[in-house]
Design a protein around this ligand. Structure first.
Ligand SMILES: [Fe+2]
Ligand SMILES: [Fe+2]
Length: 249
């Protein structure tokens, strides 16, 4: 089933699910930015909230606690993956536990079914795009980086293999394509995602993909196989006119 961008909230009918998707909240422990009003708004505009990584700014448990408190304003299911910032302080287990306790469906190779649609999520990793992708050659540290990139793609593949339905919403933090990181300096493209994710996505019939991480990237693109990809970083201008994208599946 194709997924579409909607400029206005759609009515929930014909089995379509309205999904608000956002990434890169970067919640700080000083509480300088509040998402409470936005979560309240999203609860009225959509049926599901997706957060595509970098929920916290430095991966501090206190930041996760603040976000968990603000998520009380969200009355719809929340599906999320972690981003690189959520790993920064080495407290990722604690951050994940706090968010799960707040009711967030935090995906790291798992799936969650909501009203007939299946959400699958992994963080993804760096590595670059197309023929310029980093190859497994040379020093062990380079090979370890490539192995991590391959492992993330395989975690996604393993999850996709278990899905029966045809309404599949993929949530990543890193981009699977170069098109949606365009706008960032070309020198850092290899650190914004990996085509290995797109190769996996194109082998399965996903409806759409969202990611974040590239704050200065481009909203919309497609995998080489034609699957829609949306960069939903909160900083990116979207057809909804809001910090979140409104999608349907
Ligand atoms: Fe970010
Ligand atoms: Fe990031």
């Amino acid at each position: 089933m194709p997924a579409t961008e909607e400029s206005k909230p759609a009515s929930r009918g014909n089995g379509r699910l309205r999904v608000a998707a956002i990434a890169d909240l970067h919640v700080k422990e000083d509480g300088s930015v509040s998402y409470r009003a936005l979560f309240h708004e999203i609860s009225r505009a959509a049926d599901v909230l997706v957060i595509a990584g970098d929920l916290t700014d430095l991966g501090k448990p206190r930041e996760a606690e603040l976000l968990a408190e603000e998520l009380h304003a969200c009355t719809i299911p929340v599906v999320a993956v972690l981003g690189n910032h959520d790993y920064e302080c080495g407290a990722v287990e604690q951050v994940g536990a706090i968010l799960r306790q707040a009711g967030v469906h935090l995906l790291d190779g798992q799936t969650i079914d909501i009203d007939g649609a299946t959400f699958v999520g992994v963080k993804g990793f760096i590595g670059g795009f197309g023929s310029l992708m980093l190859g497994s050659f040379g020093e062990p540290t380079i090979k370890a980086m490539v192995a991590e990139s391959v492992a993330e793609a395989m975690r996604l593949e393993t999850a996709l293999q278990r899905i029966d339905g045809d309404r599949i919403f993929i949530v990543l933090h890193y981009s699977p394509i170069a098109e949606t990181v365009a706008g960032e300096p070309a020198e850092i493209f290899p650190f914004l995602g990996s085509s290995r994710l797109a190769e996996t996505i194109d082998r399965f019939r996903a409806s759409l993909v969202v990611h974040g991480h590239a704050h200065r990237g481009t909203y919309e693109g497609h995998t080489p196989g034609g699957i829609p990809v949306y960069n939903v970083a909160s900083h990116i201008e979207k057809p909804s006119g809001r910090p979140y994208a409104l999608l349907s599946i």
